[in-house]
Design a binder for this molecule. Structure first.
Ligand SMILES: *[C@@H]1O[C@H](CO)[C@@H](O)[C@H](O)[C@H]1NC(C)=O
Ligand SMILES: *[C@@H]1O[C@H](CO)[C@@H](O)[C@H](O)[C@H]1NC(C)=O
Ligand SMILES: *[C@@H]1O[C@H](CO)[C@@H](O)[C@H](O)[C@H]1NC(C)=O
Ligand SMILES: *[C@@H]1O[C@H](CO)[C@@H](O)[C@H](O)[C@H]1NC(C)=O
Ligand SMILES: *[C@@H]1O[C@H](CO)[C@@H](O)[C@H](O)[C@H]1NC(C)=O
Ligand SMILES: *[C@@H]1O[C@H](CO)[C@@H](O)[C@H](O)[C@H]1NC(C)=O
Ligand SMILES: *[C@@H]1O[C@H](CO)[C@@H](O)[C@H](O)[C@H]1NC(C)=O
Length: 336
């Protein structure tokens, strides 16, 4: 009976305590929920970042609003903010330096803020956040070019780039990302994940590459790199093996074939029309170095060629001797 009494006391106590902690005392945040140092202003139709956010705030969640602009002072005076979430807004501009006040920021979520048609602006604002450990850029219209702006964020541990049109990742983009353990590249139109985007070894634990048109046999360097990573690296995704879709974890590169283009042999020794001096000759070559395979390209050019052949000069002993004689005569005459 005593136990039931305690249970009832707890059940009736909990909602009250939770309800009290939910009220934000700052008037500008009257529609928001405050739990300790965390401020939640979700789905309340905000069109701009609210003012007078307490300077002790560690987490600010502004998801599901209609915020269109982040001003350079929007987050001024929030030195303790560690987590900022701007998911599902309509951001169309971010002023330079908007995030520069956030010295403690480690997690930033700007995913599905689909009005962002200036992703370069967003990423430029992010480049100064070199302490960022968590970044979600899902559905931010980021292109391969824009992605290069992330190269300085070497503290990142958890990076999500899903639903962007990233057909190519520059070699070395994640070099020096020594803490990166979770990378998600789902639905990004990548046709290959190349090992050269990472360091030779990483601490990567999760690599998500579902829903990409990956061609298994163009990723042989990745398949060679993979066994040198931590044994608990989990890769989730599929690749296309000709017409089949294969679980990337069990793909075996040994049955990949590679088109080999034909190459010309060197020219044969020409057959010359003369035995000495300058004549004409034919030389030929063949398209077999190497021979064609797996739909490789044919050689371009002709198999035979007419050339001028220049053999050793034909001997002309008589005229030479004459020239020598004339010369000696000319030399002797003035002295006599
Ligand atoms: C926050 O603001 C209060 C008063 O406005 C001030 O005393 C305090 O130092 C500030 N704290 C930080 C971390 O800036
Ligand atoms: C990163 O963190 C260090 C150590 O806390 C701090 O000194 C530095 O100012 C931070 N850098 C940025 C860009 O916030
Ligand atoms: C894939 O990403 C594109 C944007 O690049 C988006 O429009 C599309 O809805 C995404 N598909 C899925 C299945 O999420
Ligand atoms: C792939 O599928 C198409 C149509 O289903 C077929 O014509 C083609 O021969 C297949 N290619 C291979 C390499 O199996
Ligand atoms: C890949 O296939 C080859 C030939 O079929 C086989 O010898 C090799 O053991 C396979 N590798 C793996 C990792 O299954
Ligand atoms: C090239 O020409 C020589 C002599 O005309 C002939 O013996 C040889 O078979 C030719 N080679 C090719 C590859 O046509
Ligand atoms: C061969 O020599 C002739 C006469 O010297 C010259 O007109 C011709 O251009 C030369 N052909 C080649 C392929 O060098």
């Amino acid at each position: 009976m005593a136990n039931i009494g305690i249970l009832i006391a707890m059940v009736s106590f909990l909602p009250t305590a939770y309800g009290q902690s939910q009220r934000c005392t700052v008037p500008e945040l009257s529609q928001c929920v405050c739990i300790k140092t965390e401020v939640y202003c979700e789905d309340i139709g905000l069109t701009e970042v609210p003012r007078n956010i307490p300077n002790t705030t560690t987490a600010l969640v502004l998801d599901g609003n209609a915020i269109t602009k982040i001003e350079s002072a929007s987050f001024f005076g929030l030195p303790s903010l560690e987590k900022l979430s701007l998911r599902d807004n309509k951001i169309s501009s971010i002023e330079t330096g908007a995030f520069d006040w956030l010295w403690s920021l480690t997690a930033l979520f700007v995913d599905h803020s689909t009005e962002i048609d200036v992703p370069t602006e967003v990423l430029t604002a992010i480049t100064t956040l070199t302490n960022l450990t968590r970044l979600d850029l899902t559905n931010c219209r980021i292109s391969s070019e824009d992605l290069n702006l992330l190269s300085g964020l070497k503290s990142l541990q958890h990076l999500t780039l899903d639903n962007n049109d990233i057909s190519y990742i520059k070699p070395g983009l994640f070099n020096g990302f020594l803490s990166l353990y979770h990378l998600s590249l789902r639905n990004t139109s990548l046709t290959a994940v190349s090992a050269n985007i990472f360091d030779a070894t990483t601490i990567l634990k999760v690599l998500i590459i579902f829903d990409n048109p990956l061609m298994c046999c163009t990723m042989t360097d990745y398949f060679e790199w993979l066994p040198n990573q931590l044994p608990y690296l989990v890769v989730a995704g599929t690749c296309h093996d000709f017409n089949r879709t294969t679980d990337i974890r069990i793909f075996n590169t040994s049955h990949c074939t590679f088109p080999v283009d034909d190459q010309w042999s060197s020219w044969s020794t020409p057959t010359c029309s003369v035995t000495c001096g300058i004549g004409t000759g034919l030389r030929n070559r063949s398209c077999d170095s190497p021979p064609p395979s797996d739909n490789g390209k044919e050689c371009i050019g002709s198999y035979t060629e007419a050339i001028n052949c220049s053999l050793i000069a034909c001997p002309e002993p008589y005229r030479r001797r004459g020239k020598y004689y004339n010369f000696c005569l000319f030399f002797l005459l003035p002295s006599s």
